[in-house]
Ligand binder design. Structure first.
Ligand SMILES: C=C(O[C@@H]1C=C(C(=O)O)C=C[C@H]1O)C(=O)O
Length: 384
């Protein structure tokens, strides 16, 4: 066969693969309905385990090794579970809608832009993008009804918690209705033909600069220019047409602005991942069939053991904590607001009781939201 002919056959095969993946997704959505009717949880790791064992066995005589099959199916199953969760949540809360208006940081190509696409593509046919220049502007867009949802980065594996977002959550009336994690692969991007040895300025968002601090320390002669977002940085390079100025951002984003990758993997941590939250004016209820997370803030006062007492309440009710963060309270120097993420549904009996007790022993407590956990840990195939 000629090269063109072989490639044609590959393209044909890929088309069939895509059609089959789409068909599998539809079947998984039908499974979600069946599970709801039978009161069963969406995730079934026993079934996943059996499926993986059987697929690995089927792959072997076809020359497809176990690792390859497992990697592929982890992605497929994660998608399948997230699709089912999104469907059930939409039905339960009446949030299924053909179009959603979403406020996020930056414009096309920013990290928040890609996270918005990833999260809402499962939930709406059309996303009406509302790119903003600051976290405050994003939240205001939803508070004033100009957008339905806001997407905000809350923590990153390299730079830690995003304090500005935590502080906004203390004062907003909005509720957390969802979360997602998104890998953030920072690249140095420039105009085509940029000579890395001649760069004088790097444009990036302050969070990005924090996440790449170790790499940037090595560029001592280069000026750092703070930007509102990665897409703002890309735009500046495109507008200025100066080959000595470069941006940091994602490869796919840079491509939208005609930029090329000069260096990859700039983040301090190899696994650089951001967690985003999705907020809306109305809280949501999380279906019993889906693992839920609840986030609340509390002020315990400064008496000895106050925080320990509060955490003991969670322990007594068998509630696991995912994260504990503290931030200063505006206007009360040296007093701290605690932010707590727990793996529990707000409607669980244990959670209701725990909140009642916390209400009694804390000076202030507010639930920021209860939302589906999107952490789909891959099922491992046990030997034997
Ligand atoms: C589709 C299902 O739901 C989930 C997804 C699975 C899959 O994509 O194969 C398997 C088990 C469940 O965790 C199912 O239960 O069959």
């Amino acid at each position: 066969m000629e090269l063109d002919e072989i490639r044609h056959a590959i393209s044909d095969t890929d088309q069939q693969l895509l059609a089959l993946l789409a068909k599998r997704r539809q079947l998984a959505l039908a499974v979600a309905d069946a599970k709801l009717a039978q009161n069963k949880p969406i995730r079934d790791q026993k079934r996943e385990q059996e499926l993986l064992v059987s697929l690995i066995g089927q792959g072997k005589p076809l020359g497809l090794d176990a690792q390859y099959v497992t990697r592929l199916y982890h992605v497929i199953i994660e998608d399948s579970v997230l699709q089912q969760q999104a469907k059930i949540q939409g039905q339960l809360n009446g949030t299924d809608s053909p179009a959603v208006r979403v406020a996020f940081l930056g414009g096309q190509g920013s990290y928040s832009y890609w996270a918005t696409q990833k999260y809402f593509t499962r939930r709406a046919e059309r996303i009406i993008e509302q790119g903003c220049d600051s976290f405050n502007e994003i939240v205001q867009a939803v508070e004033t009804g100009h957008a339905d949802y806001a997407l905000l980065p809350i923590e990153n594996t390299s730079s830690g918690s995003i304090n500005e977002v935590y502080d906004i959550l203390q004062h907003t009336r909005l509720s957390i209705v969802g979360e997602l994690t998104h890998p953030i692969a920072h690249c140095l991007l420039g105009l085509p033909g940029t000579d890395l040895t001649k760069i004088r300025q790097v444009c990036a968002h302050p969070q990005v600069i924090a996440q790449c601090s170790q790499y940037l320390q090595g560029l001592s002669q280069v000026k750092i220019e703070y930007c509102d977002s990665s897409s703002d940085a890309f735009n500046r390079i495109k507008q200025q047409q100066d080959p000595t100025v470069v941006a940091i951002g994602g490869e796919e984003g840079g491509q939208l602005y005609g930029l090329e990758v000069l260096t990859r993997d700039l983040a301090n941590q190899k696994d650089n991942v951001s967690r985003f939250i999705v907020v809306a004016r109305k809280p949501v209820t999380v279906a019993k069939a889906i693992p839920a997370k609840t986030t609340f803030i509390m002020y315990t006062g400064q008496q000895p053991g106050a925080l320990v007492d509060a955490l003991l309440v969670l322990k007594q009710h068998g509630i696991s904590m995912g994260k504990l963060e503290s931030r200063p309270i505006n206007g009360n120097p040296w007093e701290e607001m605690f932010y707590v993420d727990v793996f529990a549904n707000l409607n669980d009996y244990a959670m209701t009781r725990a909140l009642e007790e916390l209400n009694k022993i804390t000076k202030f407590i507010k639930v920021l939201g209860c939302y589906p956990s999107e952490d789909i840990e891959p099922t491992q195939v046990t030997a034997g």
